[in-house]
Design a protein around this ligand. Structure first.
Ligand SMILES: C[S@@+](CC[C@H](N)C(=O)[O-])C[C@H]1O[C@@H](n2cnc3c(N)ncnc32)[C@H](O)[C@@H]1O
Length: 292
């Protein structure tokens, strides 16, 4: 299934936006005029334009993504991701994880490592992880990383599917867990992505979302804002020769719903027992819930 759901052919992505929208949606001119606006960072854009802009951001940063993650977070993103997997705590066998917006595979690799390191023999053949992302460039980097790793499992334990979180090419009730780390903030219709997450999970399945959130302490928030806006884009320019994707990163974080509002969206999608935990004073939060 590698790369089988690349939604828009490359030649269409290169066309000016309006032409892409016509070819893609088939809407009449009046329908296009009525298209809703949304935000891309602090910029107001048409909804269909956001998809393309987000796609371009991650296509541009794919090769430097892992380096920049370590640099920007001083390596702390590794701890946040470890906490996510410890919360999920997969048991010995029969696990089927969908790691959505999985990018270069960080969550999937931690998940497999966790299963590999369980203190008893695990029938790895019964475990599976699907890494899915809208951006083939990010998945390509992930596959290269995976090829260099030494897991006690065969290649069929992981697959890589290029797909949109809002329109998943997976059957109903097919996964035991769904994770999304630093991905949902980029999705145009968060409600649709949550509803798709709910659809593909089996009853009893776990939803876990790691995302930047709202820093609750005033002093820490002031410091974090200075760091975000004054340091991160210049750092992107110096280390990856890219300013704009990192400007988008810090802006998109500010546009994302705060902890309680996001919790309500998850509940509205049908999840039960929804709760969240703030990490590093709310720089990030892990929201979790169950499909019952
Ligand atoms: C900040 S990266 C996170 C990657 C990885 N989860 C991690 O924690 O390192 C965000 C990812 O979301 C993906 N993405 C953005 N919009 C998406 C969508 N609508 N559907 C699926 N993936 C999407 C991007 O391509 C990108 O790989």
């Amino acid at each position: 299934m590698i790369g089988s759901f690349r939604r828009i052919p490359n030649f269409l992505l290169k066309l000016p936006f309006r032409m892409t929208a016509v070819a893609y949606s088939g809407n009449s001119p009046s329908a296009r005029n009525q298209e809703a606006e949304t935000h891309f960072g602090f910029e107001t854009v048409m909804e269909s334009e956001k998809w393309r802009k987000v796609h371009n951001v991650f296509a541009e940063v794919a090769s430097s993504y892992d380096l920049m993650n370590d640099a920007m977070s001083l390596g702390i993103h590794r701890i946040w991701k470890d906490i996510l997997i410890e919360k999920l705590a997969p048991v010995a066998g029969g696990n089927k994880l969908l790691d959505m917006a999985g990018g270069t595979g960080d969550i999937a690799f931690r998940y497999l490592k966790y299963l590999n390191n369980l203190p008893f023999d695990v029938d790895q053949a019964t475990n599976h992880v699907t890494v899915s992302d809208i951006n083939q460039n990010m998945l390509d980097v992930g596959q290269e990383r995976f090829a260099k790793m030494n897991f006690k499992l065969n290649q069929s334990t992981i697959d890589w599917v290029c797909a949109d979180a809002e329109e998943l090419p997976f059957d109903d009730n097919s996964y035991t867990a769904y994770t999304i780390a630093f991905g949902i903030r980029n999705v145009t219709h968060i409600e649709k992505a949550l509803s798709e997450a709910h659809r593909v999970l089996r009853p009893g399945g776990r939803f876990l979302c790691l995302e930047f959130s709202y820093v609750t302490n005033d002093y820490l928030r002031w410091f974090y804002d200075q760091y975000s806006f004054q340091v991160i884009p210049p750092m992107g320019q110096i280390l990856a020769s890219q300013w704009q994707p990192y400007q988008y990163l810090v802006e998109s974080i500010r546009k994302f719903p705060k902890q309680e509002a996001f919790k309500t969206l998850i509940e509205d999608a049908g999840f039960k027992c929804v709760e969240y935990e703030n990490l590093t004073g709310g720089v990030c939060a892990i929201h979790s819930g169950f499909k019952l």
